[in-house]
Design a protein around this ligand. Structure first.
Ligand code: PLP
Ligand code: COI
Length: 356
């Protein structure tokens, strides 16, 4: 793929205090764009100065949410190298999301090439402080200027970069999660396994209500029986019960197949700890918590990394896990995953792709 580069003539000041970065609020000097039309396919790959887009008010993505996205990170190692974590996993998941939603797929090799070119140009934006990284947000959206529902004729692939710190203000302190008993996020045959904007729109009302009650995020139950635990707004869930790591299975297609989830399961299995990927009822979690068998609970995701869950509100009651403190196994998983991501530990699973 040929990528035309137009350098930003007015580069911005980089954030002076990396401890105040937050998540996804500051953007770098450049972005990647590529156009698609039904006759020519993908063309005109380019890196241009970061800035506003010009869109038709009738743009398909605005009216019908024809949009899929990804989230991955670039990390700076102590030696100053910049590296990506499993970018082909994101490339392949974006392909699956695009296929489901009906926007054109980007070839995984082109996806990775575009990410490498953009990150390498904006490499000085990868933050230096422990716990920070450069969040990479690729998006494909339909941009026909036509409000009729029809086969898409134009689309855009875009990548933007945001130097970021911890996703949750709690940092590595446990978050409070609330089980959503009314709205559902995804159903079998729906779009739950994709990263499409519509999934997050369907989640928004419950998340706002949970936040108003002092909970960080919502724990979704299955959309049919409202009985089985699925995932949290931006992370997959794992529970350590009776010495086993248990996580909801992906079979129904209603849960996002998280790359952090996949990586943690590989790590846990490599340590000889038993893993169960299966259906888990909310009742099983409550029973285990009440019987003192629920040792630890955590969520995992690119933005959230490994995030302990200290409290769960369900059916009118709040349950506390591990005394509201990060558990030793959650801390161990956080340390193991981030050591590989930040290049402090050997990449023994072959997860790292160097940028520069
Ligand atoms: N579940 C949802 C709904 C998410 O938005 C995310 C974040 O991407 C995850 C799970 C975790 O996925 P990953 O580990 O690939 O970031
Ligand atoms: C990610 O972890 O990459 C995500 O996309 C989560 C997002 C909702 C911030």
């Amino acid at each position: 793929m040929e990528i035309k580069i137009t350098k930003n003539p007015n580069p911005k000041e980089k954030p002076a205090d990396e401890s105040k970065l937050g998540f996804g609020k500051v953007f770098t000097d450049h972005m990647f764009l590529m156009d698609w039309d039904i006759d020519r396919g993908w063309h005109d790959a380019r890196i241009v100065p970061y800035g506003p887009l010009s869109l038709s008010p009738a743009c398909t993505a605005l009216h019908y949410a024809l949009e899929v996205f990804e989230g991955l990170k670039a990390y700076r190692t102590a030696e100053g190298k910049i590296q990506l974590f499993r970018p082909y996993e994101n490339a392949n998941r974006l392909k699956n999301s695009a296929d489901r939603i009906g926007v054109p797929e980007v070839d995984p090799d082109d996806f990775v090439e575009a990410v490498l070119a953009l990150v390498s140009l904006d490499k000085d934006w990868v933050p230096h402080t422990e716990g920070t990284s450069l969040y990479i947000r690729p998006v494909i959206f339909g941009d026909d200027s036509n409000v009729g529902l029809h086969t898409l004729r134009h689309a855009v692939f875009m990548i933007i970069l945001a130097p970021s710190g911890m996703y949750y203000p709690e940092g590595l302190n446990p978050v409070r999660i609330m089980v959503e008993e009314s709205d559902v996020r995804a159903v079998r045959g729906g779009t739950g396994y994709t990263k499409c904007g519509g999934n997050y729109a369907a989640s928004q009302r419950a998340s706002v209500l949970a936040e108003a009650k002092g909970y960080t995020q919502v724990l979704w139950l299955d959309g049919v029986e409202r009985k089985y635990v699925e995932e949290v707004g931006s992370m997959n869930m794992m529970f350590k019960i009776d010495g086993k790591v248990i996580t909801p299975a992906l079979d129904d297609g209603s849960i996002l197949p998280g790359i952090t989830r996949k990586s943690i399961l590989e790590l846990v299995r490599s340590e000889g700890i038993p893993v169960e990927e299966r259906k888990i009822t909310l009742q099983e979690i409550i029973d285990a918590a009440e019987a003192g068998k629920l040792e630890e609970a955590w969520g995992c995701g690119t933005a959230a990394v490994v995030s302990p869950v200290g409290w769960l509100y369900a059916e009118g009651k709040e349950y506390e896990f591990n005394g509201g403190k990060i558990g030793p196994y959650t801390q161990h998983l956080y340390d193991e995953i981030t050591s590989i991501q930040w290049g402090k530990a050997e990449d023994r699973f072959g997860w790292i792709v160097p940028v520069v």
